[in-house]
Ligand binder design. Sequence first.
Ligand code: HEM
Length: 454
Amino acid sequence: MPDGATMDAPFVPPMPVPRESLPGPLGMLRIMRRNLLELFLARTYSSNAIAQRMLGHRIIVVNHPELVREIFVLKHETYQRKSRFMEQALRPVVGDSLFINHGTVWAERREPIAAALHPSGVGAFHPLFAQAAEELAREWERAEAVRDIAFDLSAATARVVMLATFGPDAPAGAAAALARDFAAYQDAVESLDYLAMLGLPEWVPSVQRRTALAAARRMRALAAGLMEAGRPGPLLSAMRKAARPDGQPLMRREALLNEVCMLLLAGSETSANALGWALYLAFAHPPTLKRLRAEVEAVLGARTSPAAEDLPALPFTRAVVQEALRLYPPVAVLSRQATAPDLIRRWAVKPGMTVAAIPWLLHRHEALWEAPHEFRPERFMPDAPKPPRFGYIPFGIGPRVCAGAAFGQAEMTVFLATLVRRVGMRVAPGHVVMPRLRLTLRAAGGMRMVVRGA
Ligand code: HEM
């Protein structure tokens, strides 16, 4: 039996054991460098709000659905600006993109990009989900080897966004190159970010900075080349067509490149991450695997992947995706800097101060979820009580909610349904699967699995 679960026993998938108290400043720094999840104390999982001083900065974390609504929906104007860390960490790759922008630039670009990804049009992307899932299934069926499925999934989901952006001529190999460069970028930036947290100025010369900037340059050069070549896909076409009221293009070359790079990252890393956890959870829990395979078998029969019309008939597959997003939200921290003075509960907020919601905590809040650390996909079945509004926010919430949420959910459901019958997998000998939060939530050291055809 893979990795731990018996037929009926509760399945509590990996997380660092919560501490009862925090160590001194040096110990804190060590933890921050290793895994931010270890900073969350046992009592944090039942807190509604936390005000904490960290390295001279005050941070407020809202951890109750009503407070989340207050900050991200009702007071959107004050809290629409992303944190300085996020702005700095992503700028070399995405420039002035809407993802890290605010105010007018964000609002005018958000509209056409959200329209191009609107749920009503997601069916048109379905053949791309099926094509990339099929390519990956074929590769894995032949594998019988240890693979880092986190990397394979990054390449596969990058393939989807590349096809949607650059059209059918986008070369298959470009997706793996992008996934490699982004992994290198993230690794380097996470160390840089740590230097920034220590208050070291940006110009500090370091190997990591050079590595990060070189990876960013390669990613942008790749995207720029593909923008010029071939027939554009629907996402690039929509962005090129977006115009101001006077008919002038909304985005010229540099801005277009920034938004393309943003879509390549925002649209692939997140889905890949969540899919990695969904597969890990399904294969580590035999009752789930059995039920998943039975549902897919009943709907697909001899077909290898679902059509768009099949998705409503796969509620359990979708529930596994949703539960994976609850337990391991790829964007595990939503942080903002206040742009005006405010008061959150009894705490005065000054402009520039960081206010955050942490989906990792909110999704495991003891007052909101029964057995919060247990894997129970049934919670998301249509007949179960609805998850708490503003308490389940894997795609964020409010005006800045993920523009690709419907795209991502459909894509993940197609991948899971396609892969689960075609392959088997178990954790590679000697590898320990453990989530690690630094800039994003990822499996520390990748997700090394022995993969074979089923
Ligand atoms: C499992 C898949 C995904 C997850 C969990 C996810 C999560 C998120 C989250 C949490 C945010 C908001 C961040 C914040 O408020 O600080 C966000 C924003 C965004 N996402 Fe996603 N995302 C996913 C897939 C996608 C896909 C497939 C696309 C596009 C193809 C996409 C495009 C965007 C864009 C454009 C934004 C910026 C929205 C704005 O700032 O107005 N995402 N995503």
